[in-house]
Design a protein around this ligand. Structure first.
Ligand code: AMP
Length: 142
């Protein structure tokens, strides 16, 4: 399969505003920011979606997300942020290489509203919830 655009950014074949790099992780500014400071945190491992990512890469990303978020908050003065991680086209994923968005949010600033969230909660019925939880737990080992 062809290398993703993020693999090419990691290799330095495509320019980026790099924020952080270690042996497993690369972070850079999003080219189409939803707000000032919008950044992407990417594993060097070229997994398409997070369910295919190794534990080692997942742990490496988990370790650096809080540090990057703190630095972005300090640099931009943002008061809040979303971490967004899309998997699959139905979930709005455009680039088939795992990535975490860090999206700063600013109260009372028009340029801080690039991300809108519609949250239509449904009801979890007790019996259906118990059945579903059983099925998920049975698949956790894999
Ligand atoms: P997603 O919809 O979760 O797949 O998001 C992909 C993100 O990658 C978008 O926010 C794009 O703006 C961003 N993106 C695509 N190409 C580049 C690039 N060359 N440099 C930085 N960000 C990029």
């Amino acid at each position: 399969m062809a290398d993703s655009i993020f693999t090419r950014i990691i290799r330095g074949e495509i320019p980026s505003h790099r924020l952080y790099e270690d042996d497993r992780v690369f972070a850079f500014l999003d080219i189409g920011p939803l707000s000032q400071g919008h950044a992407l945190v990417v594993p060097k491992e070229p997994a398409e979606t997070i369910d295919k990512l190794s534990d080692e890469s997942a742990a490496a990303i988990g370790r650096c997300l809080p540090r990057l978020a703190r630095a972005i908050l300090k640099a931009t003065g943002a008061t809040a942020f979303n971490i967004l991680q899309n998997n699959g086209r139905a979930a709005h994923q455009a680039v088939p290489h795992v990535h975490f968005h860090i999206i700063p949010r600013f109260e009372n600033r028009p340029d801080g509203a690039g991300l809108e969230i519609t949250w239509r909660a449904q009801k979890l019925e007790s019996a259906a919830g118990a059945d579903l939880a059983r099925k998920i737990i049975a698949n956790l080992a894999g």
